[in-house]
Design a protein around this ligand. Structure first.
Ligand SMILES: [Fe+2]
Ligand SMILES: [Fe+2]
Length: 195
C-alpha cells in the first residue's frame, strides 16, 4: 500500500462520516431529534482527523511535489490547498454553531446548513483529488519519494490515532437509517437522541 492508497482508504472512511452527517441533517429537518452533541463530535472529527490527520498527510504530498519543482496542471494544488483551509474554517464554525444551538442562541437549521455545505465541499474536493491530483502524483513522484511521504504519514497517524477507528465510532454514535429511510435492526426504535 503506497501513500496514495492510504489517502484513498481514508477517503472511504471520511465518506462514511459525510453520509452520516447528510442523514442526520435530513432526519433533523424532517422533524426528528438529533442531539447537537453528535454534531459536536462530528466537528471534532473534522478538525482532528480530516484537517489534523488526512489533510496534513496530503500537505506532505503537496510539499513533496513543490520541493521537486514538479509541474502541476492549472493551479490544482493551490485550489486543493485553499479547500483544505476552507474546510478547516467551516469545521471550526460548525463547532461554534453547535455550541450556540446547545445554549439556545441559534436554531438547529444553522447547524444543518453548515454541515450540508461542508459535505458538499468535501465531496467535490475528494472527486478532484481522486480524479486529477492522485493520478498526477503517481506519475510524478518516484517510488523512493513516495516511500518517504508514507513514512511521514505514519508520524502524523501516531500523533492523532486511527482515522478509520474514529470514523467507525462516529458512525456508531449517530446510528441513523440510510437514505431513503429504511427499517434496520428488525424495526426496533432507534436511539435518535444520541449518546
Ligand atoms: Fe484534501
Ligand atoms: Fe483527501
Amino acid at each position: 500500500m503506497d501513500a496514495i492508497d492510504i489517502l484513498m482508504k481514508e477517503h472511504r472512511s471520511i465518506a462514511r462520516v459525510m453520509d452520516v452527517l447528510e442523514r442526520a441533517v435530513a432526519h433533523g429537518r424532517a422533524g426528528g431529534v438529533v442531539s447537537p452533541v453528535l454534531f459536536e463530535r462530528a466537528a471534532y472529527f473534522l478538525l482532528t482527523f480530516v484537517d489534523g490527520s488526512h489533510d496534513a498527510k496530503e500537505d506532505e504530498v503537496f510539499q513533496a511535489i513543490t520541493s521537486r519543482g514538479l509541474p502541476l496542471g492549472a493551479g490544482v494544488l493551490a485550489a486543493l490547498s485553499g479547500q483544505h483551509a476552507l474546510g478547516r474554517e467551516m469545521a471550526g464554525e460548525l463547532r461554534e454553531v453547535v455550541r450556540a444551538v446547545v445554549r439556545g442562541e441559534q436554531e438547529p437549521e444553522e447547524m444543518y446548513a453548515l454541515a450540508e455545505r461542508y459535505v458538499r465541499l468535501h465531496r467535490g474536493h475528494t472527486e478532484v483529488e481522486e480524479g486529477r491530483f492522485f493520478p498526477m502524483v503517481r506519475r510524478l513522484l518516484p517510488v523512493d519519494e513516495m516511500e518517504r511521504v508514507r513514512a511521514r504519514f505514519a508520524r502524523i497517524e501516531a500523533a492523532h490515532g486511527s482515522l478509520a477507528d474514529a470514523a467507525d465510532a462516529l458512525e456508531l454514535a449517530f446510528c441513523l437509517p440510510a437514505l431513503p429511510v429504511r427499517r434496520v435492526w428488525g424495526g426496533r426504535p432507534q436511539p435518535w437522541g444520541g449518546r
